[in-house]
Design a protein around this ligand. Sequence first.
Ligand code: 1CP
Length: 346
Amino acid sequence: MPASDRFLRAARHEPTDRVPIWLMRQAGRYQPSYRELRQRYGMLEIALSPQLAAEVTVRPVHDYELDAAILFSDIMVPLGPAGVRYEIREGVGPVVEAPIRTGAAVAALSVYDATVREPETAEAVERAVAALSGVPLIGFAGAPFTLASYLVEGRPSRTYSETKRLMWSRPSTWGALMDVLSEIVLRHLVLQVKAGAAAVQLFDSWVGALDRADYEASVLPYVRRIFQGLESYEVPRIYFAVGSGHLTAAMAASGATVLGIDWRQDLPSVRRELGPGLALQGNLDPVALLAPWAVTQEQAQAVLQGMAGEAGYIFNLGHGVLPDTQPDQVRRLVRLVHETGLAANG
Ligand code: 1CP
């Protein structure tokens, strides 16, 4: 079975010959070719150059025989045309020039026509799809809460204090912010699907900071709206968060067709809890790739064993590949999953 079929078939619960594998952050710092390119260009420069973004997107698929590519971009990219001034600071992450904490600041954000304002993203998708010879491309966006966390805090945070403060103390401002972010995200994802993305992933990386009641009241309705808006395009809809075991059942009611699960959770238990309706993706600890290969192998095999014989399963890490990962470990992991992850009804 060509790599081109495995990922999409598993996402749709169809039988596959092997367990498909792709890795969050598979294009990035751990690759010598990426580090070399970064000596010459900034991260955003690469993301906003269709030719460079496509090249970086395709490279790990060619190097490691992964079963899907993910567009090289960042969750902050669609916020630029909305009027947000930000930079990706070395060793820090996204830093916003003027954090958004008032109704006036929210009102200044604009929903825009992505086809007009994001031609670079559409062209990067088209170029990557053309170069991937049938291997599916995953388009992505940050989910409204995770985007809001950067906009309100102004930078990466551990406590999300300002974000929660806004959510709790000014519910109508929060609602307006989530409204505008949902619409921007939906349009950004539709743009990628129309340009050729075969699936989408919504990264809600930091939403695990909320308890279930706040998640259901103040975040889930907006995520639902995004997935609802994508339904008619009939592409798999992946929803991922970190440290969110307490939210899994609620996230399963978002309209996603695949849930990304981090390493803290036990995949077979999640499957039992949710039933077979949703495909699952995950969940090797990214740190396991830094261990001696015998340890990596043991942990990866335990993940595979837990899902042996299950349709609707995609191997991935529980979060992104860490920058100090040895490329050879990635190569060996892909081989291991393809060689031992046989039993997906094939
Ligand atoms: O130049 C660089 O290498 C800077 C590091 C970097 C990279 C490689 C950043 C800054 N963004 C990216 C690319 C990126 N970001 C991709 C494409 C690469 C791939 O997956 O193959 C994707 C999917 C993202 C998505 C992203 N950006 C998320 C969601 C996924 C996750 O890791 O949870 C988040 C939270 C961001 C914000 C962000 N951008 C960059 C950094 C270092 C961060 C995290 C900052 C923080 O800790 O809060």
